[in-house]
Design a protein around this ligand. Structure first.
Ligand code: BEZ
Length: 237
C-alpha cells in the first residue's frame, strides 16, 4: 500500500455531516454547527454561468420559502470563486426569465470552494463524470447534524424539486409519527407501521384487526394519516 493515496471516507447516511468553515455569498459559515436545530439541504452544482445550474438556482430561489416552512435551509456549493458566484447570481436576478420565473433572487448562501476541499470531503468530485466540477449532490441533514439522505445526479441532469420537497416531508413524517413511507408516498397517502419486534406480535396485530390498520401480511401493515395531520405536525400550522 506504500505511496498509494488513502481513499477519502465518503459521508454516509446516519453519520454526522462533516464539519467545515467556508466563505459564501452571505458571509462565512460554520457548517453544520450554525444550522443546529434546522434541517438543511447542502447541495452542489457543477459551475456558475451554465444553463442547467441556472434553471436549478431559479427553482431553488422560487421554492426557498417552501423549504423554510419545513424548517429547512438551503446551502449551495460549487468550485467557483466568490466573485463568479456574485456575478452569476446578479445575472440571474437582473436578466434571466425562464418558465415564468423572473427577477429571482438567491438569498441562501452559495459556498466558494476553489480548493475543492469541501467538495472532495463530501464526495462531490466524481472523476468519471468530471475531475474539475462537482456533480449535482444533495445532502439532507437533520437538526442534529446527521445526514439523512444523499442523492447524486450527473452534470447533464437537473434535479427534481418535487422530489427534494417530498424527501424532506417524508423524513420529517417518519420522525414525527414513527412510521416509514412507501413507494411514491405523498402526504395523505398511507404510511407503513414498523414491523413489531417478533412474528408472534405481528401475527397478533394481523388477527386483532386494529382499527385503521391494514395488514397485507405479517410484515407489511399500513395506516392512513391524513394530509392535514401530517402537515400540521411537521410545520406546526
Ligand atoms: C449546466 O449546468 O448546464 C452544465 C454544467 C456543467 C456541465 C454540463 C452542463
Amino acid at each position: 500500500m506504500e505511496n498509494q493515496e488513502k481513499p477519502a471516507t465518503l459521508p454516509r447516511i446516519g453519520e454526522p455531516a462533516p464539519a467545515f468553515k467556508a466563505v459564501t455569498t452571505q458571509g462565512e459559515i460554520n457548517f453544520p454547527e450554525q444550522y443546529a436545530g434546522s434541517w438543511v439541504i447542502l447541495f452542489s452544482h457543477p459551475a456558475d454561468f451554465t444553463p442547467v445550474c441556472t434553471s436549478e438556482f431559479m427553482t431553488f430561489a422560487k421554492l426557498e420559502g417552501e423549504f423554510n416552512k419545513l424548517n429547512c435551509k438551503l446551502v449551495g456549493l460549487s468550485v467557483d470563486g466568490l466573485f463568479s458566484h456574485i456575478a452569476w447570481l446578479r445575472t440571474i436576478k437582473e436578466k434571466i426569465e425562464y418558465k415564468g420565473m423572473k427577477g429571482m433572487e438567491v438569498k441562501f448562501p452559495l459556498i466558494e470552494d476553489i480548493t475543492m476541499e469541501v467538495a472532495k470531503r463530501y464526495g462531490m468530485i466524481q472523476p468519471g463524470e468530471s475531475s474539475t466540477k462537482a456533480v449535482r449532490a444533495v445532502f439532507v441533514i437533520d437538526p442534529k447534524g446527521i445526514i439523512r439522505t444523499i442523492i447524486y445526479y450527473p452534470l447533464s441532469l437537473g434535479r427534481n424539486f418535487d422530489e427534494l420537497l417530498r424527501v424532506v416531508i417524508a423524513l420529517q413524517t417518519a420522525d414525527a409519527f414513527n412510521v416509514a413511507t412507501p413507494a411514491d408516498w405523498r402526504p395523505g397517502d398511507e404510511v407503513i407501521i414498523p414491523t413489531a419486534g417478533s412474528c408472534g406480535v405481528a401475527k397478533d396485530r394481523m388477527e386483532s384487526k386494529e382499527e385503521g390498520i391494514t395488514c397485507h401480511d405479517w410484515f407489511f401493515c399500513t395506516k392512513k394519516i391524513d394530509k392535514e395531520t401530517v402537515l400540521k405536525k411537521i410545520t406546526g400550522k
